[in-house]
Design a protein around this ligand. Structure first.
Ligand SMILES: [Zn+2]
Ligand SMILES: [Zn+2]
Length: 141
């Protein structure tokens, strides 16, 4: 018996595989992928944007985004095939965030690290002071 899991798409209990969706949903996604792919193979559709593909194929935008993220749809071949950054509305073609948001996140992170370091230094200095007092006391006797 394999391990059981809930399909992330339809919540059906299924025997866990390398995929996080059940066989039914997998088949539906494959059909959707072929639909999108067939649409994009037509030369005049190569410049299509995400919403144009959604209109033409009736495949959900989130699913098409998933295909792009899985790199099943090669953005290089379809220049207008982008999706929104999770933090702002900039169109991106890989990952979850646009370059701007990634840089901002890095800045925030280093600010946080600097704050932590300063706090640690202050604690160390305070500890040193205590030790110095003890030293003076010892000499005093
Ligand atoms: Zn399912
Ligand atoms: Zn962004």
């Amino acid at each position: 018996m394999g391990e059981l899991a809930n399909c992330v798409r339809c919540d059906t209990v299924y025997v866990k595989t390398t995929r996080n969706i059940c066989a039914d949903c997998y088949q539906k996604e494959e059909q959707a992928f072929h639909k999108v792919y067939a649409f994009l193979r037509v030369r005049q559709n190569r410049q299509a944007t995400l919403s144009e593909i959604v209109d033409a194929t009736e495949v959900k935008e989130t699913l098409i985004t998933k295909f792009i993220k899985e790199r099943r749809l090669h953005v290089k071949n379809f220049p207008n095939l982008g999706y929104s950054c999770e933090n702002c509305n900039t169109q991106i073609t890989s990952g979850k965030l646009c370059d701007n948001c990634i840089n901002k996140l890095k800045d925030d992170l280093s600010t946080f690290e600097q704050m932590e370091e300063r706090k640690l230094n202050q604690e160390l200095t305070a500890e040193k002071k205590v030790n110095t007092y003890y030293a003076i006391d010892k000499h005093g006797k």
